[in-house]
Write a protein that binds this ligand. Sequence first.
Ligand SMILES: C[S@@+](CC[C@H](N)C(=O)[O-])C[C@H]1O[C@@H](n2cnc3c(N)ncnc32)[C@H](O)[C@@H]1O
Length: 196
Amino acid sequence: MRAFLIIGNKAVTKPFNLNDLAGGAGRMDILCRFVAQALFVSHGIRKDVEVYLLLLGKPDPPKTIKIVGSEVKTMAPDERNIAGLIRRALKVKCDKDWKESTSGIYISKKGLKDLLDELSKRYKIVYLRENGNDIRSFVGKVDDCLFVLGDHLGLKREQEEVVLSFADGIVSVSPISLQADQCVVILHYELDRLTS
Ligand SMILES: C[S@@+](CC[C@H](N)C(=O)[O-])C[C@H]1O[C@@H](n2cnc3c(N)ncnc32)[C@H](O)[C@@H]1O
């Protein structure tokens, strides 16, 4: 299994306007592109992938969305379609347990620590950071990893402290600072080469 988490510092926690993903929805466009690159291949979905979106924007943070590749049925790879499904999930009244919104898409009130507490039982936690160790030195340790990435703002110091308290490694995919969805494409490329 492979899993990806993005921390959306501004991503809103209530239903939002699909025509304003980059503005009023708190850079929800970044999260939608992240989902698309994490889940989709040509004419299909990666069944061995889970995607987690931590939404920390107004008015009711934190909320976390979980998307399970093997269960998703009605998602298309375009930003608007993905945003529509996130918007629907945000209409669900939730607490700290996962509640299913549409097939394969769940929502909860988990914050970063609760989420990593849960996921570190199933995954090695790998923090993606520009100055980390080269992904190619990670050969042989790549099964069942959760890769944690920031949005356009990166991780705040206190978020980084939480991630590092769980992390098995800090990994870089390029000498250049990239967008989160670009990092996901490179990760899949490197991991597919090792495991396919
Ligand atoms: C657009 S970047 C964040 C830039 C932000 N200004 C900062 O300084 O953190 C989004 C996220 O992608 C990941 N990232 C970007 N470039 C990377 C690289 N070369 N290697 C590993 N992760 C990278 C990091 O997790 C980063 O927080």
